[in-house]
Design a protein around this ligand. Structure first.
Ligand code: GDP
Ligand code: MG
Length: 166
C-alpha cells in the first residue's frame, strides 16, 4: 500500500531539507497506481505500514495576472487532485498575502492539508506560535498544524507519525 504525499511551499521554505530528513533511504516505487507517472517522485519512505511516496508539484504562483501563471496554477492543482495528503510548508509563523492564494488553490484540490511551520529554531519569540496556530486553524480546517525545524530535526518524529496515521 502506497500513500502519495505532495510537498507544497514557496522556494526556500525548507522543502528539500524536510524531505531529506523524512526519507531515510530511497528505493524504487512498487506502487502500480497509474497516476504515478503524473508526478515527479522526489522520495520514498518505506515503513512497516507501507510506502509513502513524496511528490514534487509544479509551483503555485501567486500572481494571477499572466496567462502563463493561470495555466501553471491549473496544472499545479490538477496534480494535487491525485495525492492523499498535502503538506504545505511555510517559513516560520509568517502568513503572507500570497499564502491566501496558495491556500485557495490547495483547497480546490479537496485533499487533507497538514500545515508545517518550519524553521522554528530561528524563532526568537516562541510565544507567537500559539496565536498563529489558532489564527491558521481559523482560516482552514487543516488536518493538522505541526511546528518543526527540518534543519535541527525538531518535532519531525511527530510529523512523521501524523503522516503515517493519515
Ligand atoms: P526549498 O527551496 O524549499 O527546498 O528549501 P531548502 O530545503 O533548500 O532550504 C532553504 C534554506 O533554508 C537552506 O539554507 C536550509 O538550510 C534552510 N533551512 C531549511 N530548514 C531549516 C530549519 O528548520 N531551520 C533553519 N534555521 N534553516 C532551515
Ligand atoms: Mg528544494
Amino acid at each position: 500500500k502506497a500513500g502519495f504525499v505532495a510537498l507544497v511551499g514557496r522556494p526556500n521554505v525548507g522543502k528539500s531539507t524536510l524531505l531529506n530528513h523524512l526519507v531515510g533511504q530511497k528505493i524504487s516505487i512498487t506502487s502500480r497506481r497509474p497516476q504515478t507517472t503524473r508526478h515527479r517522485i522526489c522520495g520514498i519512505k518505506t515503513t512497516e505500514e507501507g510506502q509513502i511516496v513524496f511528490v514534487d508539484t509544479p509551483g503555485i504562483h501567486a500572481s494571477q495576472k499572466r496567462a502563463m501563471n493561470r495555466y501553471l496554477n491549473r496544472a499545479a492543482v490538477s496534480a494535487l487532485l491525485d495525492v492523499d495528503l498535502i503538506i504545505w510548508i511555510i517559513d516560520r509563523p509568517n502568513w503572507l498575502r500570497e499564502d491566501d492564494l496558495v491556500l485557495e488553490r490547495i483547497k480546490s484540490a479537496g485533499v487533507p492539508v497538514v500545515l508545517v511551520i518550519n524553521k522554528v529554531d530561528r524563532l526568537e519569540d516562541k510565544a507567537v506560535l500559539l496565536p498563529f496556530l489558532e489564527e491558521a486553524a481559523a482560516r482552514h480546517s487543516f488536518a493538522d498544524l505541526v511546528p518543526v525545524s527540518a534543519l535541527k530535526g525538531v518535532n519531525l518524529d511527530v510529523l512523521e507519525r501524523k503522516i503515517i496515521a493519515l
